[in-house]
Write a protein that binds this ligand. Structure first.
Ligand code: UDP
Length: 255
């Protein structure tokens, strides 16, 4: 794996993933790290085996979404930590969908965490680390040309469909989908521009609470020093029925 990694050209390194040039034009290899950050990079750490689990969890969810007609960048998983994806132009907007109040919404509006929202809420944040990803409205997005009104409509309707589908999927395994973050990209196909789901869907960017106990099963365990972080990610994979064997072996090999 190290040999393959050093041979490929590194295109981009983010906080939790590295992107390498793919084997064919228009493809990339997405490598999942164990690194975790929170509060705009102020808190840093590693969650052993997280990369392996997120690679597998994101694969599973993207394939399922593909099956219901949501176009995604996912092509195939290559190994424990890497997946082949379609190269897209990332739209510099983080789309957050919320079903239950938590995190920044609880803080900003002073509403108790756990309050069930009367309907799902979609929020947009401008992807700009230096500015701490400020919240923006659809007006900012179209005025500054980050996406046009048609693209934004598509992003909204895809996000709500993804929310409906994933809420049901997680409920089926005893987890409440509190909120999550999505990223989209543009892809040209036969002279047509498509909006494609990109990035990853995993406990790094979803809040998942146990239906019975309300235990947090996501990155909030790391953000809030709740302990049992690795175990929570493993439990999500286990409930999805995709717990990869050898997670610990792989993690040890990397250490
Ligand atoms: N989120 C994310 N990346 C970010 C900010 C938020 O993946 O840079 C996810 C986060 O995990 C949660 C949802 O988006 O599931 C809403 O996050 P929130 O706005 O409450 O911010 P936070 O409390 O994470 O700062």
């Amino acid at each position: 794996m190290n040999f393959r990694m050093s041979r490929r050209r590194r295109v981009y390194e983010g906080k939790a993933k590295v992107l390498f040039e793919g084997p064919e034009p228009g493809t990339l290899v997405q490598y999942f790290k164990d690194d975790a950050t929170a509060f705009n990079n102020v808190k840093k750490g590693t969650i052993t085996g997280k990369g392996v689990l997120n690679n597998r969890i994101s694969e599973y969810l993207m394939v399922k979404l593909g099956e219901i007609g949501v176009p995604t960048h996912f092509m195939k998983r290559l190994n424990m930590r890497e997946q082949l994806i379609r190269k897209v132009d990332i739209i510099p907007i983080e789309v957050v969908v919320r079903n239950i109040v938590a995190g920044s919404l609880a803080k900003r509006l002073g509403i108790p965490e756990g309050t069930v929202l009367p309907r799902s809420i979609v929020e947009f944040y401008y992807k700009k680390d230096e500015l701490g990803d400020p919240m923006v409205s659809d007006e900012h997005i179209t005025a500054f040309g980050w996406a046009n009104p048609h693209e934004l409509d598509e992003i909204m309707s895809l996000s709500l469909r993804i929310n409906d589908y994933l809420s049901g999927l997680f409920l089926g395994i005893g987890l409440k989908l509190v909120d999550f973050k999505l990223e989209f990209g543009r892809l040209w196909d036969n002279d047509e521009l498509h909006i494609i789901l990109a990035d990853e869907i995993s406990p790094d960017n979803c809040r998942l609470w146990d239906v019975k106990t309300n235990d947090k099963m996501d990155k909030d365990r790391f953000r809030q020093d709740l302990g049992k972080v690795e175990e929570a990610y493993q439990e999500v994979a286990k409930r999805l029925g995709i717990m990869p064997e050898n997670v610990t072996a792989e993690a040890n090999e990397k250490a």
